[in-house]
Structures are given as C-alpha cells and as structure tokens.
Write a protein that binds this ligand. Structure first.
Ligand code: HXC
Length: 510
C-alpha cells in the first residue's frame, strides 16, 4: 500500500514539474510566475482541485511519442476566490511553450462544460505559443472546440482571460470571445501573426511590444480591458474584479458587507461642477464619492477616456457605472467611446447588473474622421445597448445633456427607470452658442444682439426644469444627496420585471 501511495505522490511531483526546472528558471528569469504559482495567487489558499493532471498528448509525429509531459501544458480544475467558486485553466509555458494540442484543448473544454452546467465562471490564464505545431489539424480542431464553447458560455457565465505571456494565433481568438481580457505589462503579447511573419508578408518592421504589447492593446486597439505591472498585481486585481461579478446569468448579484452608510451625505459634490460651463472636472471624483468606500473598478481606463465604465457597489451590491468624462474631449461621444460603453452596457444586462449613468455630454464629436469612421453605426451601438437593456437603470444628469447624446445616455425615453438631474443640468437640442448662430443667422454681424440671444437661450434651456416639467426628469436632486437617492432607487428596482418579446437574436449594428 505504501508503494502505491508513493507512486501517486511521485506521479504528482513529476506533473508539477511541468517542462522541468531549467524551463521553470527561465520563466522566473523573465519575471513570470509558473502556471501553478499563478493559481496559488489567484485562488484561495488550499482551495484548488486539479483535474486531468496525468493527461498526455496522442501525437506520434516529429518524435513526439517519446516526448510526453503529464498534464500536456495546461493546469485545469476549480477553486474559490473569497469563498466563491470558479473554474480555471492555466497554460504552462514550460511544456511545449504552452501550445495547444488536441488533448490540451480537451482539458479546457471539460472545465468549460462543467462551468456552464454548474453556473460557475471560467478564468483562463493564457501563456501559449498557439496551435501545437507538431499536431497540425488536430490542434486546430481543438481550438475550434474551445471557440465554440466560448460562444455557448457567453452571457451564461462570466469568462475572464488574463494574458500572461506571448499569445499568438489561435491563442488570441479564444480570449477575444470572452468577456474581459487583461494583460501583464512587458511580458505579454497578443497577435494573430508575430513580427517575423509581418515582416515577410508586409515588409513592416515592428517589435513584439509595438505589435501586440499591453500598451498597444489597452490604448490603441482596445482588445484588452486593462494591463497590470506584473503577474502578482494582475492576479490580485482579477480577484478584485471577480468579487463584483455574479457567478452566472441566473445567480444573485454578490453583496459585500460595507460600513459605508447608505445615506452618507457628500457635501463636496455641491461644488464640484465649475461655474464656467466650459471648465472640466474629474468625473472619477463623482463616481468615487457615490460608491461604497470609494471603490471603483474601472474597465478600459486607458481607452476612450471620454467615457468611464466600471463597477462600484451601492449598499454592498454591484452596480455598473457609465459616465461621460468632461476632462477628455469635453465628454463628447465618439466612435471609440460608444463601442466601449455599448459593450459594457450589454455585459451588465446579460448578467443582471444594474446600471448607473452619469451624464455630462455636449453631444457627438463632429467631423470627417468620425463620419468616415462610421459614427452613425458605432454611436448606434450604445443607443441600442441601452434601449435593449432591461436591468434596473438609474440616470443622473450632472451637467450637459445635449442633442442626440441626451437621448443615448440612458434617457427616460429609452426606458431608464429613474432619471435625476442636478440643478446644474443643461438639457437642450444643442449648446446656446450653436443654437443662436442657427436661429439668428441674420444677426451674426451684431455681436451684442447675438450675445443677448445666447443669454436668452441659456436662460431658457440651461437648466433641468423644462425636462422636469415634462416628466423626463423625475426629480432635481441636491448633488450632496446623490448616493442616498441613487441607492434607494436601485433598492426599489431590485424586483423590476420587464416582459420580453420573443425573438431569435436582435441585430445590433456591429
Ligand atoms: C509547439 C512550441 C510552439 C508551438 C513554442 N513552442 N511555440 N511548440 N508548438 N506553437 C516551444 C518551443 O519549441 C520551445 O520548446 C518552447 O516552446 C519555448 O519557445 P521559445 O521560442 O524558446 O520561446 P520564446 O523565445 O519566448 O518565444 C515564444 C513564442 C515563439 C513567441 C511563442 O515560440 C513562437 O513564435 N512560437 C510559434 C508561434 C506560432 O506561430 N504559433 C502557431 C500560430 S497558428 P523548447 O523545447 O525549446 O523549450 C495558430 C493557428 C490557430 O495558432 C488558428 C485558429 C484560429
């Protein structure tokens, strides 16, 4: 019996060594943790249950029959994060560069199937050279099996990808179909084809960092939702994000006990909006002052800074926040911000996360760049997303709400449930100057007359009361009581029910 027990421990020890000490050392030298060390950080201590530790590939070509490593380059199973379960896979770069074989894919598919069946999220730690070159089409088939499951699981359980090494080819398409992608600065890359192939095909000379590093994907392409300094910080931040998310589309919103009073008054909000309507202020501050304990987990913080998206808690419950940011492009909506926020709103709706919208938007960004880029179609994404969202929606107009952007930003007309405005709100078809120049074109030569007309328009519209008279605004609230008012609104909306029309899928303007 002792021998049998020892054999089990020997087999486990061998599997835990992955591609061997030399390759583990090399991983450490690059500043990266190993696949198992990463799971130790991500999951609660002692909670990891591993599956398929002894699985090996079935490839016999290129001398692979004699090159078997237990686990075949991916560690799979489940564990808990602050007591709540998640399935995980962690690719082991020390084993064939974390490349995906048919059996490696089978291991990932197994936990994905269980995740959907049991209503539990999937977190993938990706560190992979893509399709296992020695296997050919068997590996491609394995990828497609994973892709298919990504789509089936979408909107059913949260899927989070962390890119923790070079990810090429197929290794980037599975993350692309998950809900969130986070990267590690300086050690992770994502590209469909690497710099060498790029040079051969297009003659372009580009470094891996420029082509697919964290900076490229968080600032330019928006493929990634955030980037962190190193493996450790990234994994701890994923734990933080996980705490905000429900386990599935049928699970309750997580509630975290808080000592922050629901009726906390925040007097500084009464003076945060500057006297001069053209002067910006930081919308982050408004969000943090409303949130429980000032905690805000921001999504895509380095991309389309004119709109802010992320999670806060009110009275302990998760709320998704979408807010115009007057510090960037004066808070205008443009192609990038509409795409960013549209996707965020759809995610919240899929997982029953209520949405708080804070509005300070002078309109859509004008110009040929936007029109040629398809602002009509892309701007419609956000409008579409808000209009189809049936989760509780509360809107606060902080300052400007002009033109089509007023309609888009979760207005009453597209079925926001509760719409508040601060006394500083300005709600009109357009800004006073633009409006006067159109209405009184013949008086343009007379600056005094135009100034008087502009003042008249401002007096008429630069306030929330006309909208309130029509019931488009439910109440004009004191800024200092926003946290209490919004929290109470969401509490009452917890039992919201909306009948849905039967359809196969809608046709959001992609
Ligand atoms: C098998 C691989 C591998 C792969 C790396 N290795 N990629 N083995 N299949 N795809 C092995 C290497 O042979 C090496 O083995 C070990 O992993 C580490 O690789 P290195 O090259 O030494 O590491 P590094 O210098 O850090 O470079 C990492 C890398 C590079 C950038 C990922 O290895 C690379 O470019 N690999 C190929 C990427 C690629 O083109 N993949 C196929 C994409 S096509 P030893 O034994 O020396 O440790 C694809 C199709 C799917 O994925 C499409 C579906 C839509």
């Amino acid at each position: 019996m002792q021998d049998i027990l020892k054999e089990l421990e020997d087999r486990r020890a061998e599997a835990r060594l992955g591609g061997g000490q030399r390759r583990i050392d090399s991983q450490h030298k690059k500043g990266k943790l190993t696949a198992r060390e990463r799971l130790d950080v991500l999951l609660d201590e002692g909670s990891f249950e591993e599956y398929d530790m002894y699985k090996t590939h079935r490839c016999t070509d290129f001398g692979m029959a004699d090159n078997q490593i237990s686990g075949d380059g991916v560690v799979t199973g489940w564990g808990t994060i602050n007591g709540r379960p998640t399935y995980v896979f962690s690719q082991d770069f020390t084993v064939f560069g974390g490349s995906l074989s048919e059996t490696h894919a089978e291991k990932i598919c197994k936990i994905m199937d269980l995740a959907v069946q049991n209503g539990v999220p999937v977190i993938g730690l990706n560190d992979s050279g893509g399709a296992r070159i020695q296997e050919g089409v068997a590996s491609l088939g394995g990828y497609a099996e994973v892709f298919y499951r990504n789509v089936q699981a979408s909107g059913v359980v949260p899927q989070i990808s962390v890119i923790m090494g070079p990810c090429a080819g197929g290794a980037v398409y599975s993350p692309a179909m998950t809900d969130y992608i986070f990267m590690v600065k300086d050690t992770s890359y994502m590209f469909v084809t690497g710099p060498d192939v790029v040079k051969t095909v297009t003659n372009e000379v580009v470094t891996a960092e420029e082509l697919g590093g964290a900076s490229t994907h968080t600032k330019k392409s928006s493929v990634a939702d955030g980037a962190f300094e190193n493996d450790l910080v990234a994994l701890l931040e994923i734990r933080r994000l996980f705490d905000f998310l429900p386990l599935s589309n049928e699970a309750e919103i997580p509630v975290l006990k808080t000592n922050d009073p629901a009726d906390r008054i925040e007097m500084s909000l009464d003076t945060i909006v500057p006297e001069n309507p053209n002067q910006p202020y930081d919308m982050h501050e408004v969000i943090r002052k409303i949130a429980d304990e000032g905690d805000f987990f921001e999504i895509q913080k380095d991309y389309a800074g004119n709109i802010l998206c992320g999670y806060i808690r009110l009275n302990g419950s998760t709320v998704g926040v979408v807010a115009n940011q007057p510090m960037v492009l004066a808070g205008c909506l443009d192609i990038d911000s509409a795409k960013k926020a549209g996707r965020f709103v759809r995610y919240c709706n899929a997982f029953n996360i209520p949405i708080l919208t804070l509005v300070d938007v002078p309109g859509f960004l004008p110009g040929t760049v936007q029109e040629y880029g398809g602002i009509i179609k892309h701007g419609a994404k956000l409008l579409f997303a808000y209009a189809e969202a049936t989760v509780p929606k509360v809107t606060v107009i902080v300052r400007k709400a002009y033109g089509g952007a007023y309609d888009v930003m979760s207005s009453k007309h597209i079925r926001s449930d509760v719409n508040y405005a601060w006394p500083t709100a300005e709600i009109a078809v357009m800004g006073a100057k633009g409006a006067t120049e159109i209405l009184y074109r013949e008086e343009l030569g007379d600056p005094e007359k135009i100034a008087a007309r502009t003042k008249e328009y401002e007096d008429q519209f630069a306030n929330p009361f006309i909208a309130a008279q029509r019931g488009f605004i439910d109440e004009v609230i004191q800024p200092h009581s926003t946290r209490r008012r919004v929290g109470r609104a969401f509490d009452l909306l917890k039992t919201k029910k909306v009948p849905t029309i039967s359809k196969k899928n809608d046709n959001i303007p992609l």
